[in-house]
Design a protein around this ligand. Sequence first.
Ligand code: SAM
Ligand code: SF4
Length: 362
Amino acid sequence: MSESTGQPTPYEKVVGKAFTESIPLNAQIEITYRCNHLCTFCYNSPTGQREMTTPQIFEALRKISDFGVLYLTLTGGEALCHKDFFKIAEEVRRLGMALRIYTNGYLLADRKIVKKVKALKPFEIEITVHGGRAETHDQLTRIKGSFEKTVAGLRNLVDEGLKVNLKCPITTLNKDELFEIKELADSLGAYITFDPVITPKDDGSQDPLALRADEEFFKKYWAEHYAKLHGGRLPPRTNHCAGGGEANCGTGRSGFTVDPYGNILPCVAFRRQVANILEIESLGEVWKSSEVLTEVRDLAVEARTRLDERPDGAFFQFCLGVAETQLGDPLAVYPQAEINAGAIKKVYEVIRIADLKGRKSA
Ligand SMILES: C[S@@+](CC[C@H](N)C(=O)[O-])C[C@H]1O[C@@H](n2cnc3c(N)ncnc32)[C@H](O)[C@@H]1O
Ligand code: SF4
């Protein structure tokens, strides 16, 4: 919103229109499943198929750019582990798309690599940290010394004046260090997002869920920690990609993901195969005619409709992909979403009661 008029900014209007008309402005390519970390809970599930070659990734990028995508995220696996990472990233920029990089930051401890990243003029770089202390981060990545490298990488990026965002999935191992992690982000002048949901693996394995923090923790997280960790802000009430429309989220609508084999997916979490990007003429045609996408978009609307029927529905951040991998049904409410919604609803009730009391005594 514009601070002076209280109206949506021109940029917000474009994003809103794109959402309503299902024009994807964002795309992600998982350029490889290779990785230099061994995170215990990683959702990636390589199948052993041959990954796209560099020329094939170029072909995918051309189709994505022809389709009109503005923001292209390179991720993985660990994108920087791809032997041709810089060639691919340069092609993204040559095609005129804004470049985002999702990385564990390990290789950015090398200043020479950071200089090459800077030369790409990336729009932003998102780095994952798993702890405020080396032992916690390294326990999650299962790579000794990874915290030191990632923090060095962060400092190198900041020294080069690059825009860095941090993110941290909340786990049983780091839940008591969130403030230390926030201090680290503050010391770098970087924004940090804590992710309250640990998802199953893409192949359906539920193993990562063993690392979920418990309900007691999340009640406290939403009631007390969230505002302190986020500059006094209130917890979010809907998915960040919901676009304010009738759909629960932007899956199959505001963006899409391409996996290392070229499969187009409605989003990184909802991994139903739409088509293979190497086998299609243009994305425009697939985007219009795909039955998978039509079903996914309808499901996202149905999810919102069903949530709206619940007393806590207005407080749900719900992911159809997690519901599908966790419960076999994209519309089934999984425990973490319900726990979060209940705790967030309480936060808003407490504020409403405090407001009412304030008004009565005024
Ligand atoms: C698959 S990684 C790829 C990018 C890069 N290698 C990294 O770790 O930042 C993308 C993000 O997903 C997070 N992630 C991986 N497995 C997860 C899971 N089961 N639940 C929640 N987040 C997960 C990672 O911590 C990271 O922030
Ligand atoms: S660094 Fe990223 S891709 Fe690699 S194992 Fe960890 S979460 Fe998975």
